[in-house]
Design a binder for this molecule. Structure first.
Ligand code: ZN
Length: 405
């Protein structure tokens, strides 16, 4: 089974002094724009390596001294080279009075569950070393020879045509601020592993920039059982309040709502898996359960290119056995609208509003008109209380960032 990837982006407005009443200069000194953007792959070792690298960068950034509002941008590229090999590269840009660029790559081999090094990959490393230095000197004539002799080949990506090697500008000690890389055609190399042609599996990105402060009150609104004829209207209301939702979809409905699903992602909402037929899952065999999951994953991927990594069990019913049958993250809720039961806007509001706190996950359904009717008031009220509306993945990511404070 191909591993799943979910990609999202958070733009954080870090304002460490938001609660303190500071002078203006204090505020501008403590403000920073942070945009962290990295993939989560469902391969634990890889995910941990990526997130610990990102956390380290973020931690060091917060410790930096600066005068003007500094900026931290981490962006990534993700590529499944073939069924075994995954490339992730993270590009960091730190803007203060000058710009610093950094690259970090992870090449993971699922075949043996190990990170791939250049030694695993290329037979004649010495020959390659010679070629690379020659090219670097040609391309960057101001490159420093001493530095060149210590150049490392830790950062690389592969596709079906090239091995690309990246160098941090500091490594070359040139005046160039941008990242330096060399493409080496695979057919000029003796490789120690097979690089088959990849099948087309570009992932659709769910990206919408959000301005969320680490101190902001955030809430994730989730909609189960869709898509339905009300979903587009729900998206209209979300849009009105610049809000994202998380839609846990039933697989067998998905193919009829391709445009709606793509709109969800384009407008910054998230899609999760809510089984294929909405059966009570605890009664299913392992195979039946896994079919419920994988058929839904396929259906969503087919219309959007995006593969979810969140799962909401039907009726909230699950056990540890079910959890062990999938890599998807089980997401429950702490605020239940009981919309399907109370059926009126006022009662839905009463079930939700007094119970929301920062970090809450609210459960609604997107196949009832009364839920749609309540949504505008829910968002208006919570927005009035200062809440920002994020997706479940963003909520989890924010919690992680707060814990690393
Ligand atoms: Zn349901």
């Amino acid at each position: 089974m191909r591993k799943l990837s979910i990609i999202f982006m958070i733009i954080l407005m870090v304002s460490g002094c938001a609660k303190a009443k500071g002078t203006e200069s204090y505020i501008s000194k403590d403000n920073a724009y942070v945009s962290i953007n990295y993939p989560v792959t469902s391969i634990n070792v890889l995910d941990e390596a990526i997130s610990s690298y990102v956390n380290k960068i973020y931690y060091n950034f917060k410790k930096m001294d600066y005068i003007n509002t500094p900026e931290l941008n981490i962006s990534y590229s993700y590529k499944e080279v073939n069924n075994d090999i995954i490339n992730v590269s993270l590009q960091t840009e730190i803007v203060t009075d000058r710009t610093i660029n950094k690259i970090k790559t992870f090449t993971y081999n699922k075949h043996n569950d190990k990170f791939l090094t250049m030694e695993d990959l290329v037979q004649d490393l010495d020959g390659l070393d010679y070629e690379i230095k020659k090219e670097l000197l040609e391309k960057y004539q101001d490159a420093d020879m001493d530095f060149l002799s210590n150049v490392s080949y830790d950062f690389f990506t592969i596709d079906d045509e090239n091995l690309t090697i990246y160098f941090n500008p500091a490594e070359i000690k040139s005046d160039h601020d941008e990242l330096i890389y060399l493409d080496i055609p695979l057919n000029s190399l003796k490789l120690l592993i097979d690089i088959d042609k990849a099948e087309g599996n570009d992932t659709y990105l769910s990206i919408k920039k959000k301005n969320v402060s680490l101190d902001d009150k955030v809430v994730a609104i989730t909609f189960d059982d869709g898509p339905s004829k009300y979903t587009e209207k729900i998206l209209d209301v979300l849009k009105k309040y610049d809000a994202s939702g998380t839609f846990f979809l039933i697989g067998n409905k998905v193919e009829f709502y391709g445009d709606t699903l793509r709109r969800m992602l384009e407008e910054g909402s998230e899609i999760g898996n809510h089984s294929y037929d909405h059966k009570l899952l605890t009664r299913l065999s392992k195979d039946e359960f896994q079919a419920e999951i994988s058929k839904t994953q396929e259906a969503i991927k087919k219309v959007t290119g995006f593969t979810p990594n969140l799962f909401r069990p039907t009726y909230g019913g699950y056990n540890s056995k079910l959890k062990s049958y999938t890599d998807l993250k089980f997401i429950l809720w702490d605020v239940d609208s009981r919309d399907w039961q109370v059926k009126t806007k006022d009662k839905i509001l009463k079930n939700i509003l007094p119970n929301v706190k920062s970090g809450s996950i609210i459960l609604l359904h997107d196949n009832h008109e009364y839920s749609l009717n309540a949504l505008d008031d829910i968002l208006k009220n919570l927005k009035g209380q200062g809440y920002k509306f994020v997706t479940v993945s963003e909520l989890l990511e924010l919690k992680k960032l707060r814990e690393s404070e």
